[in-house]
Design a protein around this ligand. Structure first.
Ligand code: KG4
Ligand code: ZN
Length: 398
């Protein structure tokens, strides 16, 4: 089974092809996984502008598709491109891409020039995410589904961040950790990204109960906003982490102490906007010389990171104990954070040595389409005709 997966929920245009062989212990192989990031564009604004991001997706989708098909050896030019007789088909294609005029022109040329690739099904992220961005990917998937007569598997972005853990990479060849599945559930999943901070109890593949969420900003959003205050650029998570790692312990300490919002609250919810406000207040009280000093920036970055890490770890461990979970599964861009990964790993080893800890490979933490394909594999029976696929910006796992 070969799955062509599409991801456009935020500012990354991703397309991947995954091949799964065998049924009981399937071997996974990512034939191609192409991501075109819009970071440079959004850097100017310190965040993602949905309408701008949508336009970029429309521009990027065909080049990314072409590259994905080339890498997987599926791009074959038609020997005899159709001379005519396609007008009815093209009319429907135009209707599907009614709001994506630029994409329609590009896709039309592409589809007339190249053969249908040897894929069996299309998977696409339908939510949650930025609505205009989601629609770009969804309409593209619908157009391909219609033209190539392929069914579509609708995918939840949060679930995809979790399911990417079930592929294990050695270069391009990927295998599923199927044999461990018995001991994994119930699992606690922690998805931390630019849009979400969410703890869920996972009873089985595809069975979730959300137990905690952020009440305001997501952890990644907090990194992005505080990095902007400190003048560090976008995206904030990686720069905060790099600056924090440069801090040398010296005697002339600034002693910055930030709050750990909701760390002791009895629920599993989070709140990160207070952390951002605390950073802003501190920043405003400093002299312009201090604000620009490496020591201040690095110490602040380290404290921001540690505050988020402390809260995430505390709540995740408490949820694991309370629900007697057998595993902890991480996902989302922020889980690329070295400190979060290492500190959580040490805590689990010390406090919950029997709990299995799954974290995505670094390259699969931030948005990509391999995770969409992995998720689709577990939903291979949930195929839908292209006509019934809709984006849903507020989609939740359940
Ligand atoms: O999952 P993702 O790619 O997109 C969303 O679904 O939102 O996550 C993006 C977020 C950004 O906020 C970015 O600052 C954060 O992940 N991020 C990190 C790191 N790499 C990316 N945060 C902390 N440490 C990192 N190394
Ligand atoms: Zn994401």
């Amino acid at each position: 089974m070969k799955i062509l997966a599409i991801e456009t929920s935020c500012d990354d245009t991703g397309i991947a092809i995954l091949e799964a062989k065998g049924i009981k212990n399937p071997a996974f192989c990512i034939l191609a996984n192409v991501v075109s990031s819009q970071v440079k564009l959004h850097r100017k604004y310190g965040g993602v502008y949905p309408s701008l991001a949508k336009r970029e997706h429309q521009k990027n989708l065909i080049p990314v598709l072409k590259k994905t098909l080339e890498e997987s050896n599926f791009l074959k030019s038609k020997v005899n491109p159709p001379a005519g007789g396609q007008s009815l088909k093209l009319k429907t294609l135009k209707e599907i891409l009614e709001r994506e005029e630029y994409l329609f022109k590009q896709l039309k040329n592409f589809l007339l020039k190249y053969e249908k690739p040897k894929v069996d099904v299309i998977a696409v992220t339908i939510g949650p995410g930025l609505e205009p961005c989601l629609w770009a990917g969804v309409n593209f998937a619908k157009a391909l589904g219609f033209w190539w007569n392929l069914k579509i598997i609708p995918i939840n972005h949060i679930e995809a961040h979790i399911m990417v853990n079930f592929i294990d990479q050695s270069q391009k060849s990927i295998r599923r950790l199927a044999d461990k599945s018995q001991k994994l559930f119930p699992a606690i999943s922690l998805v931390v990204s630019g849009g979400h901070t969410q703890l869920a109890v996972m009873k089985n593949f595809g069975e979730y109960r959300i137990i905690g969420e952020t009440r305001d900003d997501a952890a990644g959003e907090c990194f992005d906003k505080t990095a902007r205050i400190l003048g560090l650029g976008y995206p904030g998570g990686p720069v905060i982490s790099t600056e924090a790692s440069k801090l040398q312990t010296t005697n002339n300490k600034l002693h910055i102490k930030l709050p750990r919002p909701m760390i002791n609250s009895k629920d599993y919810d989070f709140s990160f906007s207070g952390l951002k406000t605390a950073v802003l207040y501190d920043f405003k009280t400093r002299s312009s010389k201090t604000k620009k000093s490496k020591k201040y920036i690095r110490e602040m970055a380290k404290e921001i990171q540690q505050s988020a890490v402390d809260v995430l770890i505390k709540k995740t461990l408490r949820a694991t104990k309370d629900f007697r979970a057998k595993s902890i599964i991480l996902g989302g861009g922020v889980t690329a954070n070295k400190e979060l990964r290492e500190q959580l790993s040490k805590k689990i080893e010390k406090e919950l040595p029997n709990v299995i800890f799954l974290k995505p490979l670094i390259q699969f933490c931030t948005d990509n389409a391999a995770m969409v394909a992995a998720s689709a594999y577990f939903k291979k029976n949930k195929v839908v005709n292209w006509k019934f696929i809709q984006a849903n910006a507020n989609l939740r796992i359940s």
